[in-house]
Design a protein. Sequence first.
Lengths: 350, 382, 302
Amino acid sequence: MREVAIVSFSQLPSSKVIHADEPELVQPVTAAAMEQIGLTQDDIGFTCSGSTDYLPGRPFSFVAAVDGLKAWPPIRESHVEMDGAFALYEAWVRLLHGDIDTALVFSFGRCSLGPVPEVLNVQNDPYYVQPLGLDAISAAALQARAMIDARKATERDFAEVAVRNRQNAVRNPNAHVKGPLDVEAILAEPYISSPLRKSLCSPLSDSAAAVVLAAGDTARKLVERPAWIRGIDHRTEPHALGQRDLTASASAKLAAEKAGVRKGKVDVAELHAPFAHQEIILREAMGLGEGTEINPSGGALAANSLMTTGLIRFGEAASRVLSGSADRAVAHATSGACLQHNLVAVLEGE
Amino acid sequence: MAEHCAVIGIGQTKHSESRRDLSIPGLVRDAAVRALQDANMSWKDIECVVIGTAPDMFEGVMMPELWLSDALGASGKPIFRVHTAGSVGGSTAVVASHLVQAGVHEKVLTLAFEKQSESNAMWALSPAVPFQPQLVAGAGGYFAPLIRSYIRRSDAHPDTGCMVAVKDRQHGLLNPDAHLHLDQSLEEVKASPMLWDPIRYSETCPSSDGAVAMVLVNDKHAARVQNPAWITGTSVRTERTFFAGRDQVNPAAGKLCAKDVYDQAGITNPLKEIDCAEVYVPFSWFEPMWLENLGFAEEGQGWRMTMEGKTKIGGEMPWNMSGGVMCTNPIGASGMLRFAEAARQVRGTAGRHQVEGAKVALGHAYGGGSQFFAMWIVSSER
Amino acid sequence: MSEILSAPYVLEYTYTRSTGPVVGRFLEGLRYEVLEGVRTADGRVLCPPVEYDEQGEATTGEFVQLRPSGTVKTWSWVEEPRKSHPLDRPFAWALIQIDGADNSMLHVVDAGEAKRMRTGMRVRLRWAEHKSGTIRDIACFEPMSPFMPGPVHLEYEVNPGQHYSAYLRGLQRGQIIGGKDPESGKVYVPPRAADPVTGRPTSEYVEVADRGVLTTFTIIRIPFEGQKLKPPYCFGAIVLDGADMPIYHLISGVPHDEIRMGMRVKAKWKPKEQWQTSLENILYFEPTGEPDVPFEEYEEHL
């Protein structure tokens, strides 16, 4: 199988509101990702994006996003109605073909436009769950309670995850929320949907991100130390919350196995956990131990622009490899309520 | 390309205005089960599911691959969702074929659907969003001026669009799964009301509920069936809706996409080397426009092929043997139906709308403002 | 002729009916919203239950609880109900085969309008609020939709972005603002984040004329949902003087059969005091009266 690497990553700093339409998000972030390695759109073999129409609440928002690109002469282009990390997966598959050597992947998400927890109810089963109005925080809260009942974690454990991510975010200029917060302060917060409190949930952010992939020698020419995708896999599980063991992630476990996470020491992992307790589930599922630094960026708990958060995990993990501060990194993205669908990749330096 | 990829299973629902007898999971499963049976496979044989559908607002379920994963037997497997506007059915099949060709999976189920009866397409396509230009023209309003431009540029015979409508509806009578079964004369089509001048009612496509599925495999598994359809070329191209000097009638993205897919399949003269084509024609006038865009006719001459009857079954270059989008239009599935019908032809399983001896066929889809294109070439020979 | 005498007369009496073990049990069940059928000797289920089947065979006395729903076997629509009718609004009489039963029950369907009725339609039972131990404890049947309502209600706050905002503010002042790409010199209306050909923002704003050439058009004759105008009306592509791509707008102020490709048109603005951040400040474009533009001069915009 052909070698493919992440060679560039760019993101717009996450914040509560970015006053920009789709092209105004896409143009600067894609241009920056290409410029960093001296490329223009003309050098790109395949372009793929990830987004959802339900964030802006209107159809075909990805068509508007194409207006942020130079698309002349016409380009090879595709779009997934999923997180941008899944667009990266499609681009990886496309590069395996061997006829083109580079791909641009981008995604954009503005949570400032609509009531995101309620919007996510539209992902639920339209017969049995949507009419009940199950919001995303309450769905995750059922999972958190199940963990407590199964004695897999305590509320204090959740708070500790949040504190560490917030602390890590201090060093991340692109994070949306960061800075000092202690466990006791979190445990004193009122419940939103018990046992979840505000700081155990990710913020809602606006952002955009772009990644450039390159194959083989092209990657080596573009950067000194490409972040090679040594394994990548994604798996889903049953949709109904009542048909899953919510305290574990069978799909993340399987995807990690297929991606070869345990084949070597993992220096750093960027996990897409929009709720603190989900980081604990993911670490267990992927077998990430004490030797692995988790979410040096602050993760989704520091910035969460839907549909972009997963791609940013890939970009952040790759950045550590590109810069030489890590030899082996894991990147993860999730989709659906309570970690239904998980994508895992192993990135390595030469 | 590590592997060859073949279509060995094809299934579709009976299409109609409202499949009120089926839930959304029931609809997709109906097509998927037929494809599995055709491929002589069961759910456990499938390694990965690739699903496509047009805007989620049609059915009011965001990212429906999450909800439909159970109905499609995807638990513990990868499921992937593609969305590229009207071309989505085609792009989805292309992604599925790449998974096989790249050697990532050996057996992939790909599927596309739309249940338009769950909502109102006009609402779902253009809800009243602040600051956005309001709906003035309706579905045909964007394309009617382009068709007027085509007629002016090519000096086309004014009956061309009506001829296509009659021909596609005659073809549709041969296809038991088609939504519309209309035996119409040229006079009846010409007498139908003018909706978006120059587009008449009978020159537009219906709005349908339906799904289509295909099983794609590598060399190792192709022998499960006698007659695999080998995928010898795939391509996608995109350009922007508006820009200075854009040729909207004969878009460059379509031409480039066609050239790419022909090059891969070793085709230099599509008219001679392709036996038949299923092409996305939602308004009948797009047949002559795409005949030119896809290189089957010189620029300005496509309408002559139609008027001379060359695009009928039995003609020199049959187009839309199944009745095409003019007879069946579950939007998100319409592109994949074209790809699947092309594969049926080269497999020799197209029933009463089979083109005798078809060996090489083109499947085509487009979307947006004639700006997203997806195509494949399938062949009875590897 | 002698006058005929006439007086009103009412025949009215309430009988005391013995219902027997089968019908009595059935009606008593209705009080508690239980619907039952009785099994026949040859294994069929009858609802409403009877003591003897149509062959005269005694039924078994074995009761079977049934779902309160069924299928219309035949029906008749009553537009003007009589006094005696169980409903005081238009309704249908129907023979309804209760799910799980082999015969049909006569009752009424409260469907609102005749077009909702068809043989084979599914109906559900609606219980009467006050029970009387009669068949009227079933108030009526109502159409069962094969659909369930799936309402989605989400409240968003939208903003149109910087370039589009500049364009809309221009319209508020009565100006049409385009964006010029510094490299190609092409002017886009509205301005945008990236020139399609160069990929750079069209950040230099220029005012374009409110007149130009109609390149192509359609006459819309179809009514559709959400439509604001009454058909027929004309919708066309206009390349404004100073712009390099068309905008789309209504064409009016001219008979439809005189609208031509290449016609020169100008904006008909609303009164100034009504101007907002909207393209609707321009009501439509109308002919300027200038000579038509030759086809070759606008062909590249088609």
